[in-house]
Write a protein that binds this ligand. Structure first.
Ligand code: ADP
Ligand code: MG
Length: 249
């Protein structure tokens, strides 16, 4: 279980959100949804200590996050990554094993085997020597998921993993996410496509510069909450006619 308490993050004078409290359960896939600019990525970066916080504490099974940071795998929103960095697919996946290696140790056969197995799980063994700059969006996202597999983390956080990827990659990645969930891991997926909410998530955090709602999908995915977080128009489209499903942000 991951508990965030009293989290305030501000890039300038006006905070993105203030005194935010939210809990993520293990053995569940929690979706974080909300409009563009709502603070979804900021919440993730704040909880991971990747940006300064004004206040807030993060506990993982009651322990301070610093002590367990290598138990967390993070697949960041893709536009943020530098794809011109010269590194091949295999080496990216291998970096997933570094957190468990002691200082000054180099990855050996055991770590390489973990990386091969992870690449096999995302069906990319044939691409192991390819530079990451020469992959499709879906292949690249599968590489980052393989890296997360190699990390053998307890908590996996993915920020908009399905943006700009093919449907087969989305299905493959979702299958791995559900497998992780069934192993009891804590999964957090930032997502903007509302029509997959019921298929993909157990729990939902609806965010708009603060928590609009959080809890099970059945409790939180309501016209009122969607209207409050997005807009009245979108809520009407989604809930008045189930055949017409829109996507937000
Ligand atoms: P989301 O991921 O929900 O689209 P973000 O967390 O990226 O939203 O952004 C939340 C708000 O913080 C937005 O208003 C955005 O413009 C602002 N913001 C995000 N990153 C930065 C930054 N590095 N510097 C200043 N403002 C930022
Ligand atoms: Mg974002």
């Amino acid at each position: 279980m991951l508990e965030i308490k009293n989290l305030t993050v501000a890039y300038d004078n006006s905070p993105v959100f203030e005194a935010l409290d939210v809990t993520f359960e293990s053995g569940k896939i929690t979706g974080i949804i909300g409009p563009n600019g709502a603070g979804k990525s900021t919440l993730i970066k704040g909880l991971l200590n990747l940006i300064p916080k004004r206040s807030g504490s993060v506990l993982i099974d009651g322990q301070k996050i610093k002590k367990v940071s290598n138990k967390i795998a993070y697949v960041e929103q893709r536009k943020a990554l530098d794809l011109t960095f010269p590194i091949n697919v295999f080496d990216v996946v291998l970096t997933g094993t570094y957190g468990k290696l002691g200082l000054f140790k180099v990855p050996g056969n055991a770590e390489k085997q973990i990386a091969y197995t992870a690449l096999d799980q995302v069906n990319l063994l044939d691409y192991q020597d390819r530079q990451i700059g020469n992959l499709s969006g879906g292949q690249l996202q599968r590489v980052f998921v393989a890296r997360a597999i190699a990390q053998e983390a307890d908590i996996i956080i993915l920020d908009e993993p399905f943006v700009g990827i093919d449907i087969k990659s989305e299905r493959d990645i979702m299958a791995i996410i559900k497998y992780w969930r069934d192993e009891g891991k804590t999964i957090i997926v930032v997502h903007h496509d509302l029509n997959k909410v019921f298929d993909y998530f157990d729990n939902l955090v609806i965010l708009n510069h603060g928590i609009v709602a959080s809890g099970s999908v059945a409790q939180t995915y309501t016209p009122e909450n969607i209207q409050q977080a997005f807009s009245a128009d979108l809520s009407a489209v989604l809930f008045d006619d189930t055949k017409k499903v829109g996507s937000a942000s």
